[in-house]
Design a binder for this molecule. Sequence first.
Ligand code: FES
Length: 138
Amino acid sequence: MAEVGYSKKVLEHFTNPRNVGTIENPDGYGKVGNPVCGDLMEIFIKVKDDKIEDIKFRTFGCGSAIATSSMVTELAKGKALDEAIKITRSDVADELDGLPPKKMHCSNLAADALHEAIKDYRRKRGEKADDDPQKSGD
Ligand code: FES
């Protein structure tokens, strides 16, 4: 499998993804489309005491999108919102020991959807929600 360029961790999260599914009445919901391939990602969060108590994802993306979402949900679960919103696209790829260059755009989906879900939660509470560190894009 090594010749396809996927790390063991990517393959492991792809075959056994964590936190797949949806949350009824989520506190925050983020949905993003990937401009490169047109795939979709949804992230649902439950928040308690300003921490991500539960998180689930649903995607119509490829295997890399599934692996990165699984990793994002693991990284974000239990984290304070202020910390979780700082999880970057490259953090996710790094945690997975890298992604093939052609697949880097797939990792953007999960991180962006997480940020959207946090912003949605903050918007609903009437808080300022424009502090996404990756807003300027790449
Ligand atoms: Fe669309 Fe990876 S090819 S998310």
